[in-house]
Design a protein around this ligand. Sequence first.
Ligand code: NDP
Ligand code: 8X3
Length: 262
Amino acid sequence: MEFSLQNKWILITGASSGFGAAAAAAFGAAGAKLLLGARRVARLKTAAAQALAAGAGAAEFHELDVSTTASVQKFIAWAAEKTGGKNLHVLVNNAGGAHGLDTVADGQDADWEAMIQSNLLGLLRVTRAALPLMPHDAGASIINIGSVAAHTAYEGGAVYCAAKAGELQVTRALRLELLGTGIRVSTVDPGLAETEFSLVRFKGDAARAKKVYEGTRPLNARDIADVLVWIARRPPHVNIDELLVKPVDQAAVGKVHRRPNG
Ligand code: NDP
Ligand code: 8X3
C-alpha cells in the first residue's frame, strides 16, 4: 500500500529556492508537516506560506547553514522540539550547489570549500544529527539530491563532480549501515534543471546563467519535487535506490539539444 504523507514530519534542507522550495509545496500538497531550513530566512518564510496554501499540515522554518556543525545542531534541536521525538519520517538533503566553473588550474579555495561543505559535509552533518529523530520500521526515508555530475566529470566541474560523487557513495554506505532499521535511503540525480543553480554558480551573472538554458527545455523544480514525493510515497518495503532524471533534450552531460529560435 502507498505510504501516506498526511501529517508526517518532513525536513527539507535548502528550502529557500529551487528544488527545495518546490518540494515544500509538493509535500505540503500531500498534507505533510514541514520543517524547512536554509540561510535566507525571508525566502523560507515565502516557501512556508506557499506550502501552507498548498495544504501542508504545518510549515515551520529556521535558519540553517549546513557548512557548520553548530548551525546544524541548533537546527536539529529546534526540529526535535517540533516533532516531539522519533517522528521525522522524511529527510530531504537538498542544500548544495556549484560555485564557479574554473578548471583545476584556475580553481579558487573559497569555491572548492563551499562546494565540499554544502554538498558533502553538510549532508553528512544533517544526516548524523537527524537520524535519532527518525522512526524505525515505519516507512521513513532519507532522500539525497545528487546530480548527473556524480556520474560524469566535465571540464570546470572537478570539485562539484567530486562532491556529488561523494554524495553518491555516502548514500550507498548509509543504505548498508541502516539495513535492518527499515529506514529507506535514496538518491535523486537530476540533469539540467532551471533554478537558481546557474545564477549561484556564476556568482549573480544573470546573462551567463540564462545562456545555460537557451534554446533547450530543461527540467523545472516541480519536476524534481514530484519525484521526491513519489519516492517517499512508495510502500514501506520499497526502496528507490538511485534515480537519474534528465530532460528529454539532454542525452548526456554536455550533449544538449538546442533549437535555433528557443
Ligand atoms: P538553488 O540555488 O535554487 O537552491 C539551492 C538551495 O540550497 C537554496 O535553498 C540554498 O539556500 C541552499 N543552500 C546552499 N548552500 C547552503 C548552505 N551552506 N546551508 C544551507 N542551505 C544551503 O538550486 P537547486 O534547487 O537547483 O539546487 C538544489 C540541489 O540540487 C543542490 O544540491 C544542487 O547541487 C542540486 N542539483 C541541481 C541541478 C540543477 O541543474 N539545477 C541538477 C542536479 C543537482 P540559501 O542560499 O538560502 O542557504
Ligand atoms: C547540476 C547539473 O550538469 O550542471 O548538478 O552539473 S550539472
